[in-house]
Write a protein that binds this ligand. Sequence first.
Ligand code: F6R
Length: 258
Amino acid sequence: MEILIRPDAQAVATQAADILEYYVRRNATLGLATGSTPNPTYQELIRRHREEGLSFSQCRAFLLDEYYGLPRDHEQSYYTTIRREFTSHIDIEDSAVKSPDGTNEDFQAAVESYDQAITDAGGVDIQILGVGTNGHIGFNEPSSSLNSVTRIKTLHPQTVADNARFFDSKDDVPHHVLTQGLGTIQRARHLLLLATGEGKADAVQALAEGPLSAMCPASILQWHPHATVIVDEAAASKLANTDYYRYTDAHKPEGQPH
Ligand code: F6R
C-alpha cells in the first residue's frame, strides 16, 4: 500500500486526477464512488476534459453502491448523483455508466446481474474509494465479510446520521443499500482511496496501520496487490509512520508508477 500525504483537499484531488488520467488515457473501466470526498477530483477531471481535451469516450464506469428503494431520478440516488457531479460533464457515454439497480424489487437478481456486468466488462481497472468515519468502504459496514459479493445491506445508524446532511431530514435517509462487496472491490486491479479532513483521521489510521479486520472494512487495502491511499494533512494526523510515508514518496524510483 502506498500512502501519499498532501497539504490539503485540493492537492489530494490533483494527485488523484493525475493517477486517474493515466487510466483514462488507456480507455479504462473506472470504478466510481459518490459522497463528498471524490468531488474535487471529479471537478479536476472535468477541468482537464474541458481545458486539455482529456477524453473519456472509450471509458466505462461502475458505481460502488446505490440506495435501495430510491427512484433513479431522486436527487440523492447515486445514479443521479454521479451524473450531476461528474459524468454528465465529460464525454463518457451515459449508457456506459452503470450502477446497481436500487429500484428492482428482486434485489437478488439486481446484485447478481451487477457483478456479472462487471465481470463481462473485463473487471474494473481502477476503483476510487472514500472511507466512512467507521471504516466502511462502499456500504460495507464493520463486520462485513472480507470476501463478500454485491448484495443488499442495512446501513449502520452512524452512516445514516453521516448521510442525513444530503437529505431534508434523517428520517428520509434510506436504511438499505445495494453495495459491491469487499470481495468485488478487491477484484479491481488498482484501489485508490481518498480521505480528507480531521473527521477521517481515526478511520485512516485504522485502515493503514491497524489490523486487517472485518471491523475496519477499508483495511482490505492492506491485502490488495495495488492500493494507493491519498490523504490530506488533517486525515493523516493520527498516522504513526508519516515520516516513512513522506520519505518513500520523496524517494520513488524513477519511472515507478503510482
Ligand atoms: C459512496 C460510498 C461511501 C463513501 C463514504 C465516505 O459511494 O461508497 O463508502 O465513500 O461514506 O463518504 P464521504 O466522502 O461523503 O465522506
